[in-house]
Ligand binder design. Structure first.
Ligand code: FUB
Length: 371
């Protein structure tokens, strides 16, 4: 999660072609220039033509975690609001206060907003900022996993329980012991075991857990050292506890070496997602300050995972966050951008597009803009 500025400042420029090439400009590639901490970062984009439209437009939504329960597709997004909080480097302006669950019976069909599923006022230990949630089902009970800052301003992961996929959910009285940071993703393996992946750097505070306890000081590895990792732990049978201490989700490069901290085009930043395709485990995630969704594959839910490529190019808005789900015989990528708010990073809208695999299991990269 990035922090200062309400959005990447967004302007469209030509690629600097000479005036003599003016006839070609209609077809020319344009570039969006994003000011990131004073450093310009460029991502090629076509001006203004979005690949997909927002799934709902009457509320702002982000971080869509999609699951199929009882043959229906449910989405567990963040509910973005303009809380009037001044932007800062900790992402304080992402000041969300509740969750809505959305659902649909087919892609392209009507999207139902089931209303408030969990409100921050009903989470006894919560302080502020309900960020990206996820959900799981076991034995006809539904579990909403959510990150929120506690009253000491440390992100923790909570769980709330309901009897229907759309909620309402009742929060447990305390965060899940042993969890910290943000962006829980809960994956159900073919053998019925559930695993939780979590973590996010910068505003997500993963770098504050180097000692195993929360220390409000940022400690990052040196540039040539292994990057900070997402965490994974098997969930207990009760779905309310971790069955083990969290382990690192190790990401390897093509030569089998852990990705280093300086490799910010590929290293983990936030937004873990795990899915399984043809027996292979796919761990995907956001690279944060380089704005990609990347993926890596492995033979176990614990990894290690070898980086394979890019799933999604940068979108409008600073954050990039996704989920992947199979529904009615096709695979889909859920993601968000800031189309509705014209680029205000903390006011996002969720979208969906089909995801395609090549015969070797690699994934075709999605460009969120049309040619
Ligand atoms: O929505 C708040 C935060 O923004 C999420 O937790 C991050 O993944 C980023 O999308």
């Amino acid at each position: 999660m990035r922090h200062s500025g309400t959005s990447r400042s967004f302007r469209i420029v030509k690629t600097g072609w000479p005036i003599a090439c003016a006839a070609l400009l209609a077809a020319a590639v344009t570039q969006a220039v994003f000011a990131i901490g004073g450093v310009a970062s460029q991502a090629p984009q076509a001006a203004g033509k979005f690949l997909n439209e927002p799934l709902i437009t009457d509320i702002y939504t982000a971080d869509p975690s999609a699951h199929v329960f009882n043959g229906r597709l449910f989405i567990y997004p963040s509910h973005d609001i303009d809380a009037g909080v001044k932007p800062d480097d900790l992402g304080s302006h992402f000041a969300m206060r509740d969750y809505h669950v959305l659902s649909m019976d087919r892609i392209g069909g009507k999207v139902t907003d089931h209303g408030i599923a969990l409100d921050i006022k009903d989470v006894p230990w919560a302080g502020r900022q309900m960020w990206a949630p996820d959900a799981a089902e076991k034995g006809g009970r539904y579990y909403l996993y959510f990150p929120v800052k506690d009253k000491e301003d440390a992100f923790r992961i909570g769980v709330a329980v309901g009897s229907a996929p759309q909620g309402p959910f009742k929060a447990q009285p305390a965060p899940i012991k042993g969890t910290f940071s943000i962006d829980p993703c809960v994956f159900k393996d073919s053998d019925g075991q559930h695993y939780m992946y979590f973590g996010g750097i910068w505003g997500g505070q993963l770098q504050r857990w180097a000692t195993g306890s929360y220390v409000a000081t940022d400690v990052y590895p040196a540039k040539d050292q292994p990057a900070l990792s997402a965490k994974v732990a098997r969930l207990g049978d009760d779905m309310l506890t971790l069955a083990e201490s969290p382990r690192d989700v190790v990401l390897l490069d093509e030569s089998g070496k852990p990705l280093v901290a300086a490799d910010n085009g590929r290293r983990f930043f936030e937004g873990s997602w795990l899915h399984k395709y043809n027996g292979t485990y796919y761990f995907s995630y956001s690279t944060g300050d380089t704005h990609f969704i990347m993926y890596a594959t492995g033979k176990s839910p614990y990894g290690p995972f070898t980086v394979r490529g890019k799933i999604l190019e940068p979108v409008l808005g600073w954050t990039n966050h996704h989920s992947i789900v199979e529904f009615q015989g096709k695979w889909y990528l859920f993601y968000h951008d800031a189309q509705l708010s014209k680029g205000q990073t903390h006011l996002r809208n969720i979208k969906v597009t089909e995801l395609k695999y090549r015969p070797d299991g690699s994934i075709e990269t999605v460009d969120a803009y049309r040619e």
